[in-house]
Ligand binder design. Structure first.
Ligand code: SOE
Length: 405
């Protein structure tokens, strides 16, 4: 029997919980996944770490990431954005595979350093764009790759949340440029840009984004501080005992217009002020022979329109032969947001183990991601998304359309 992969995880809040849950589900639902031990949980506050390690099933805790990155078989970086670069680079320099939350880094420079370290290390380095692993999104990709929508003309991506609508919702690290890099742009826009690249980025579809025009807006420029740690909409509701305020130094909303290599046009939008939208990520694509649309709030469905149809057909992507579905429940027994983390952990850890367990679509050589030790989205994908986001910022500052190099 091979030894389990010892995983060290930095971060134990929202994303720490999502990934720990995913790892815990693997042996039950993906028995061909590599054996994993949730070995060490890393953070700064020992009491909080003890409590979280106990609850999330970790064997030990550490407040010293430098020691951990060298010691474990795999390092997960799930901390706030400003903590992504140094521990990830140190891990890669030690030859340890890294799985890092999105956006890859707070700045483009940091993202470039991280992607360079990954290329140098030659071990799996994944960016956790979990929405690629929604079965309906993979179904959509297969339709697009089969040319079923014809020539792509329009691509729309919107990610709307409403957790900052209340001007008294407390300040958090996500609202600080030093800690987060950007606001909605990096937090939500990174997901949308990645899905657009994933779905239509191939040369025989829309290809690369060639030019864009971006706009950013901050609606509330100061917020009350409670303990400054609010991380989720739930925690950001506020209980009115704030003692001071802190400036909001990031964007609250963004929009962008895109031109793709094949001449297709695109629009992107993201906001935390979209009243009534909790976690609404939608993608809509129109081609010469058909269209598709997807909404994260109905993630088991894909709406598809083909030339001969009079409207959209809603396809329930829950059949056993749909991506990943046979691991879960019989047709129609839907899955949720947390399953996307299980799928991405399965693929990433399979790549780390060099396992043949992966069931992602095979390439022309019949290989899956795990078989040749490659995992996508990798740090190069994280960097590519970041380049687009950086140009949105520059375009907003300069008030003009910009090309992407
Ligand atoms: C918070 O806005 C957030 O949790 C993002 O950070 C996640 O990436 C997204 O999936 C849901 O919203």
């Amino acid at each position: 029997m091979t030894e389990p992969l010892e995983v060290g995880v930095l971060g134990y809040r929202f994303m720490g919980k999502a990934h720990a849950n995913a790892m815990a589900r693997l042996p039950m639902f993906f028995p061909d996944a590599p054996d994993v031990s949730r070995s060490v949980l890393v953070g700064r506050d020992e009491d909080a770490l003890e409590e979280a390690a106990d609850r999330l099933g970790f064997d030990s805790i550490s407040t010293d990431w430098e020691a951990v990155v060298d010691d474990v078989d795999v390092f997960y970086n799930l901390g706030p954005n400003h903590v992504h670069p140094e521990p990830s680079i140190a891990a890669l320099e030690a030859g340890t595979p890294v799985f890092c939350e999105k956006p890859l880094a707070p700045t483009l420079d940091d993202a470039e350093r991280m992607a360079d370290a990954a290329a140098e290390a030659g071990v799996p380095a994944g960016t956790a764009f979990n929405y690629r692993f929604v079965p309906a999104i993979q179904y959509a990709k297969a339709l697009l790759e089969d040319g079923e929508l014809g020539e792509i003309r329009h691509v729309h991506g919107r990610y709307l949340q409403d957790w900052l609508v209340d001007p008294d919702a407390p300040w958090s690290w996500r609202l600080d440029e030093e800690l987060a890099g950007s606001g909605v742009l990096g937090d939500l826009g990174a997901h949308t840009v990645d899905l657009v690249r994933f779905l239509v980025g191939d040369d025989d579809l829309a290809g690369d984004i060639e030019r864009l025009s971006g706009h950013l807006q901050t609606f509330v420029d100061e917020r009350p501080v409670e303990d400054g740690s609010a991380e989720t909409p739930e925690e950001s509701r506020g209980d009115g005992d704030a003692v001071e305020t802190r400036p909001v130094t990031v964007d609250d909303a963004y929009s962008a217009q895109l031109e793709f290599a094949n001449g297709a046009v695109g629009t992107l939008e993201g906001s935390r002020y979209a009243t009534g939208h909790k976690n609404d990520h939608t993608i809509e694509i129109h081609g010469s022979q058909g269209s598709l649309r997807f909404s994260l709030e109905r993630l088991n469905e894909l709406e598809v329109h083909r030339e001969s149809d009079r409207g959209y057909e809603t396809i329930l992507v829950t059949d056993a032969d749909d991506p990943y579905v046979d691991h879960w429940w019989p047709p129609g027994h839907v899955i949720g947001w947390e399953h996307t983390f299980v799928h991405e952990n399965y693929e990433f850890l399979a790549a780390v183990a060099g396992s043949e367990a992966s069931q992602t679509p095979r390439n022309e050589d019949g290989e899956t991601a795990g078989e040749d030790g490659e995992f996508e989205p990798n740090f190069a994908d994280g960097l590519a998304a970041q380049r687009v986001l950086e140009r949105v910022v520059e375009s907003d500052e300069r008030g003009e359309w910009l090309t992407l190099e």
